[in-house]
Design a binder for this molecule. Structure first.
Ligand code: C2E
Ligand code: CA
Ligand code: CA
Ligand code: CA
Length: 278
């Protein structure tokens, strides 16, 4: 028995070693990715269920490594958060979204709001100034940007966070609560924080319309959002049946593969011109 424990430990530490080497390798690669221009943004349209127009897009980070190929955000975002690389990467994302909005405006495309995801580590006192500098550099006003934050960010330092959120709203930006329903969400939260939009997490959308629990939860979130005068958007909408359920329940906007996957900038622009009319 002793022997196997020792073997187990040896295996365990070898496995740990292998993993930490992999991590180090990926961290180095991610550091270079930023300098080498391997990062890009894809844009997933958000469709308004009443006007049937594209009213916004979520900017989603993409990384294509020259040898390893595309690496999903689920793999590199947590690493970027742990290492602090999310700070320069997050800055890159905001700048790239603004640069894209400027380019589309110059091309005469109807401008829609771009939502960017924020990690909690980015939510620091310097952020409002940094964002307003970026907007100014691209000659844009705040209403072009939406910030997606998660409930976990609201759990710490709430006074500081509320002050920062109000600063964003005064600058014209809107704020979305992402992955709603998966964290420690409560009505108290929504009352305390200045939020414009609620995004129903895709885990509640998946079972619609058959699953009775998902249906009840989706209806409850939509009803609550309405009562609080928040815009509610469902993510991960993959089927016509899900879309129909959400439209009937009074959901404002949808995002998901059913309407469109996240698209490269030029494809998004083409879709925007087609759906909204140039
Ligand atoms: P998220 O913010 O919840 O983004 C939605 C994810 O759902 C995206 O995955 C999107 O591609 C995917 N999705 C969209 N429609 C559907 C659908 O109909 N069905 C399904 N199953 N999935 C759908 P993605 O692009 O892989 O991003 C994963 C996560 O990585 C994001 O989740 C977000 O938390 C994070 N992320 C992505 N870009 C950034 C970024 O620029 N900054 C930060 N901090 N996080 C980011
Ligand atoms: Ca929106
Ligand atoms: Ca998001
Ligand atoms: Ca989400």
């Amino acid at each position: 028995a002793k022997q196997s424990t020792a073997d187990g430990f040896l295996f365990y530490s070898q496995e740990m070693n292998r993993r930490s080497r992999e991590r180090l390798k990926l961290e180095g690669a991610l550091r270079r990715a930023l300098e080498q221009g391997e990062l890009s943004l894809h844009f997933q349209p958000q469709l308004c269920l009443t006007s049937h127009r594209v009213v916004g897009a979520e900017a989603l980070l993409r990384w294509r490594h020259p040898e390893m190929g595309p690496i999903p955000p689920a793999e590199f975002i947590p690493l970027a958060e742990e290492t602090g690389l999310i700070i320069p990467i997050g800055q890159w994302v905001i700048n790239a979204a603004c640069a894209q909005a400027r380019a589309w405006q110059d091309q005469g495309l109807p401008l829609v709001r771009l939502a960017v995801n924020l990690s909690s580590r980015q939510f620091q006192p310097g952020l409002p100034q940094q964002i307003s500098d970026t907007l100014a550099r691209h000659r844009l006003t705040g209403d072009v940007l939406e910030l997606e934050i998660t409930e976990s960010m609201l759990m710490h330092n709430s006074e500081r966070v509320v002050a920062m959120m109000e600063e964003f709203q005064q600058a014209g930006l809107s704020l979305s609560l992402d992955d709603f329903g998966t964290g420690y969400s409560s009505l108290a939260y929504l009352k305390r924080f200045p939020i414009d939009n609620l995004k129903i997490d895709q885990s509640f959308v998946r079972g619609l319309p058959e699953d009775a629990n998902d249906s009840a939860i989706a209806r409850a979130i939509i009803g609550m959002a309405k009562a609080l005068k928040l815009c509610v958007i469902a993510e991960g909408v993959e089927t016509e049946a899900q879309l129909r359920f959400l439209a009937e329940a009074g959901c404002d906007e949808i995002q998901g593969y059913h309407f469109s996957p996240p698209l490269p900038a030029d494809e998004f622009a083409a879709l925007l011109a087609r759906v909204n009319g140039a």
